[in-house]
Design a protein around this ligand. Structure first.
Ligand SMILES: Cc1cc2nc3c(=O)[nH]c(=O)nc-3n(C[C@H](O)[C@H](O)[C@H](O)COP(=O)(O)OP(=O)(O)OC[C@H]3O[C@@H](n4cnc5c(N)ncnc54)[C@H](O)[C@@H]3O)c2cc1C
Length: 542
């Protein structure tokens, strides 16, 4: 202590260096392998560019956008209604970089094979840096195919997929790029959208006046919203602009912003429609059918988002454990900590690999009916399981940092608040499971597409083969009360299938622990003879 400068009480020691800047693409072997394997090799350089941005500039912006939360301004200083949300400039910067790099539109703007997989990778990288902006980016992406089918709304589809961000409150005619939101959930019911009570009355010129409300209405500064309302013919989908073509304000009022557990950079509002102007999308009474494709895409992004949260949490935990010394050696060299980290690495790899596999099914859906059927069921299976795993996972990774993991300056508290959201919105857990059950029992080709996928990995691992044999039988006799158990087992088998087919070094241990019963209820319970060294080096380069 003698060599300390005057008035200094101690030397700062044994603290890990800053996590960022970090190349989120270069560091992620699992992602890089998956992008190549699932058919997006042609887009690699663009995804790589985004990975470098996400681990540096966007990562830093994420802290500002979440610290300074969006504020609702209902009126201007003269008392005029304005219904505007103000964001920290970092929010707009995040949106601008994301939109201009194709996070919301690459798949539609450059529709080559593999484009959906590349966009999925971009979305995964973006979500690691900042999750709140993922909401409007995802909704914008998912709304495009619905709008493309409407000849009168193709300009909206083109501008939504264009690589431009323009936050100005002006009609879309004055913008090169736009964003889109969605309004389905009302106070009396969200999962059961048929309970929607908002009414739509035709003006007689193809447009409608909407009266009612939405209880959750995220990203209300989007340029337009796909909303459900009851027309004479039943529940119908509409596109509602925020600004009218003549520049006037459409008749929607933002009542308040939700005070949310997390997702702080993103504004989620309650809104009322007072005769709001809207165009019909699809036939009257076909509202649910109109939004089906959209829902498949938002579910894919929920899955990607949760996989991204796990990946970021894992990278933080490994980074910390490599640099922090306890009891005379780095944390990462303690056998029990190695078990925890390796177990997290397995879970993260399976989540990422499966999410990208589903992205390939979405990518190929328009060309291959088998992949279309697989995408339909796999988005629900993955949305249920991967999103369900994220909160527990993030908490475990947080614990690897000790007290530092509970402090905002590490990104872990933000990830922890965000983690439950993906399993709640876009159809909560039970809704996904019931949807899987419905698809298996009523939709032709679903059972076969699952069987083909599972069979593609057979013969490589005896534990896997035995597990899949039992699962095949159970798939034909599923009951509603037992659906969670069935979907969990199906998800594990599908994740294992991807890892086995890919020849991943994680495959055998994943199968042994998740399918073979050699695992406890908590992370860090891998069999003690497991060789985890290679897994840990693969998970994050030293
Ligand atoms: C931060 C945030 C932002 C959101 N943004 C939007 C948005 O922009 N637009 C939008 O439209 N919505 C949005 N939502 C709403 C979200 O999609 C709904 O909250 C969600 O779909 C659940 O609907 P609900 O809240 O009405 O719950 P309910 O429908 O009441 O369901 C409650 C629970 O019961 C379960 N359940 C329901 N029916 C059954 C059944 N038959 N069997 C077994 N279990 C069942 C559900 O799985 C759920 O767990 C947002 C939500 C949040 C939290």
């Amino acid at each position: 202590m003698d060599d300390l400068p005057p008035f200094e009480t101690h030397r700062v020691d044994n603290q890990p260096p800053p996590f960022e800047p970090r190349d989120l693409w270069g560091d992620d072997v699992v992602l890089r392998d998956a992008v190549e394997r699932e058919g997006a090799a042609a887009f690699v350089s663009r995804v790589a560019t985004y990975g470098a941005l996400a681990g540096d500039e966007l990562y830093r912006f994420g802290f500002d956008a979440n610290r300074d939360r969006p504020r609702l301004r209902t009126h201007d200083r003269t008392g005029q209604r304005i219904d505007l949300v103000e964001f920290h400039p970092a929010y707009h910067r995040l949106m601008d970089v994301a939109k201009s790099h194709g996070v919301a539109g690459l798949s539609w703007h450059e529709p080559a094979p593999g484009a959906h997989v590349a966009r999925a990778a971009l979305s995964y990288l973006h979500h690691q840096a900042e999750a709140g902006t993922s909401c409007p980016l995802t909704m914008t992406h998912a709304a495009v195919p619905v709008l493309q089918r409407e000849p009168g709304l193709r300009a909206w589809a083109a501008k939504a997929s264009a690589p431009h961000y323009d936050p100005r409150d002006v009609p879309i005619a004055d913008k090169a790029g736009i964003t889109l939101g969605m309004g389905m959930t009302e106070k009396q019911g969200g999962s059961d959208v048929r309970a929607n009570a908002t009414t739509a009355t035709p003006h007689g010129d193809g447009t409608y006046a909407l009266v009612g409300h939405k209880w959750f209405f995220s990203a209300p500064m989007c340029d337009g919203f796909l909303v459900l309302a009851q027309a004479e013919g039943g529940l119908t989908c509409f596109l509602m602009p925020r600004r009218l073509d003549d520049g006037g304000k459409n008749a929607l009022r933002l009542m308040r912003l939700k005070d949310k557990l997390g997702d702080w950079a993103n504004a989620s509002s309650e809104v009322e429609f007072i005769g709001a102007h809207a165009w019909r999308v699809g036939e009257e009474g076909r509202g649910v059918a109109s939004i089906i494709e959209m829902v498949m895409l938002t579910r894919l992004d929920c899955m990607l988002g949760s996989a991204a949260e796990m990946r970021m949490a894992l990278a933080q935990a490994l980074h910390h454990a490599r640099h922090r010394m306890t009891f005379g050696k780095p944390l990462v060299d303690h056998a029990l900590m190695r078990n925890v980290l390796a177990d997290l690495a397995l879970e993260s790899e399976a989540a990422t690999a499966f999410a990208l596999r589903v992205a390939r099914a979405v990518d190929a859906a328009s060309r291959d009916p088998h992949e279309a059927t697989f995408a339909r069921i796999a988005t629900a299976v993955g949305k249920y399981w991967i999103c369900k795993r994220a909160p527990t996972f993030v908490n475990e990774a947080q614990e690897c940092l000790g007290g530092a993991g509970y402090v905002e300056e590490s990104i872990l508290p933000r990830l922890y608040r965000q983690a439950p959201l993906n399993s709640i919105w876009e159809g909560s857990g039970n809704i996904q499971c019931l949807d899987v059950l419905r698809a298996l029992s009523r939709e032709s080709g679903t059972r076969e597409s699952v069987a083909v996928e599972l069979a593609s990995a057979s013969g490589r691992d005896a534990i896997y083969d035995a597990f899949v044999d039992r699962l095949r039988t159970d798939l034909s006799s599923a009951s509603e009360a037992g659906t969670r158990m069935l979907v969990e087992r199906l998800a594990l088998a599908l994740q294992a299938a991807v890892l086995l087919r890919a020849g991943s070094p994680a495959a055998a241990l994943f199968v042994r622990s998740r399918l073979g019963g050699e695992h406890g209820l908590a992370f860090g319970t891998l069999p003690d003879d497991a060789d985890v060294g290679a897994l840990l080096s693969r998970a994050l380069p030293a």
